[in-house]
Design a protein around this ligand. Structure first.
Ligand code: PLP
Length: 425
């Protein structure tokens, strides 16, 4: 943002919050970023490691005959080791990609092509990220059969549904580790065990899980795992796919053909600064995940308690017990979703609704949990992250309470709801 635009954004926010009764605590600056499931800021320690690889250390990691190439190759090797360590893999099992979308595509299409003779059935869930759902839909167009499992009311997969869905033609189960919208952590160890028993390959999209919850590809029987740097305080446009090399080795067909980098699985010159950033981001998660997780859980509890102590008819979407530490997803009854968002322009949160054309379309994920359209379109995802503070949480809670109260006062609908309509029934 250039400075002119930045100051006009600040001026707009200042006008919007002028009438607010909520005091801005000292040291808190607007807008407050609380959308860390969408993306995270690059950690200064990550950026510091990346910077030399744009300038003096700019070599191509595939240049074998000079020092610039060797330097880049060594940096990629270190990054590969750091990524592998975070998920309990060996470094030769890490394939660098442009992000989790590409990793998902490579995993699913790669398995579909290689194992076609064995079967043509793939299992996923209705609540998966579009990178998985749309990839599966494309494969349906090529004659593959896809089962889209429903989820329970708490957002998780029922293992018996999965078990029943696996048949002799099933080649792949692809289910995410943690949900991008509702933050629900899926039972990937149990899913992994089941898939191993039934001889089916298990891919997990762990873009939201890696670095936030402990993951161990061996212990959890994961065969393929997608991850992304920009969800863990690394740069955008870089990620990785873990590909099991033994017990059993997983074969993949590449999507991109070309220079045969990454063992032929992902041709294209390596994004060395990005890969260095991903590696450093993983190393920091490895060192700080346990403490950060406690801190984020406590911030989330504080946010939830403050909001629910000031407002009634607020509903948590998805399991609170099996959830990413930094995620809180709430629905507010008797509030117009669009007005709620307009009222919270000093806070960067996500709607939990995909905004299609001019209207707010309720999210397919919330619908899958059984929420009705009215409640689904009045939902907010709060994504707490490494750089959020208690003071910010207090301010956000105050602004949410104030905005919902104002909107409910305006709404006669709320009164009729209070007299007995249970919207969650
Ligand atoms: N999968 C999940 C669960 C995500 O949350 C995201 C990011 O929004 C993606 C895949 C796509 O990741 P990327 O932006 O790295 O392509």
């Amino acid at each position: 943002m250039n400075s002119e635009k930045a100051s006009s954004a600040e001026a707009r926010i200042a006008i919007m919050v002028e009438g607010s009764r909520v005091k801005l605590p000292a040291g808190v600056h607007l807008p407050i970023y609380m959308d860390n499931q969408a993306t995270t800021a690059v950690d200064a320690r990550v950026l510091a490691e990346m910077l030399p690889y744009f300038t003096e250390k700019f070599g191509n990691a595939a240049s074998r005959n000079h020092a610039f190439g060797w330097e880049a190759e060594a940096a990629v090797k270190t990054a590969r080791e750091r990524v592998a360590k975070l998920i309990g893999a060996s470094s030769k099992e890490i394939v660098f990609t442009s992000g989790a979308t590409e990793s998902d595509n490579l995993a699913i299409k790669g398995v579909a092509e290689v194992y076609r003779a064995k079967g043509n059935h793939i299992i996923t869930a209705v609540t998966e990220h579009q990178a998985v759902l749309d990839t599966c839909k494309r494969l349906e167009g090529y004659g593959y059969r896809v089962t889209y499992l429903p989820v329970k009311k708490d957002g998780s997969i029922a293992l018996d549904h999965l078990s029943e869905a696996i048949d002799d033609d099933t080649i792949l189960v692809t289910l995410m580790a943690a949900h991008n919208e509702i933050g629900v952590v899926e039972p990937i160890s149990e899913i992994g065990e089941l898939c191993r028993e039934r001889g089916v390959i298990f891919h997990t999209d762990a873009a939201q899980g890696v670095g936030k919850i402990p993951i161990d590809v061996s212990r959890q029987h994961l065969d393929l795992l997608s991850l992304s740097a920009h969800k863990i305080y690394g740069p955008k446009g870089v990620g990785a796919l873990y590909v099991r090399s033994k017990n059993p080795p997983i074969e993949l067909a590449p999507i991109l053909d070309g220079g045969a980098q990454e063992g032929g699985l992902r041709s294209g010159t390596l994004n060395v600064p990005g890969i260095v950033g991903l590696g450093k981001a993983c190393e920091l998660c490895q060192q700080e995940m346990a403490a950060e997780s406690l801190c984020l859980t406590s911030l989330r509890t504080r946010l939830l308690e403050k909001i629910t102590s000031g407002l009634d008819q607020v509903y948590v979407n998805g399991s609170l017990a099996h959830r990413l530490p930094g995620n809180l997803h709430l629905s507010f009854a008797h509030v117009d979703g669009e007005s709620l968002l307009m009222g919270l322009h000093d806070i960067a949160v996500s709607t939990g609704s995909a905004c299609k054309s001019a209207s707010l379309e309720p999210s397919y994920v919330l619908r899958a949990l059984g929420l009705d359209d009215e409640l689904a379109q009045c939902s907010i995802r709060f994504g707490l992250g490494r750089f959020n503070t208690e003071a910010e949480v207090d301010y956000v809670a105050g602004r949410v309470i104030e905005t919902v109260e104002n909107l409910r006062e305006l709404s006669t609908f709320h009164e009729s709801g209070k007299q007995g309509t249970d919207l969650t029934a």
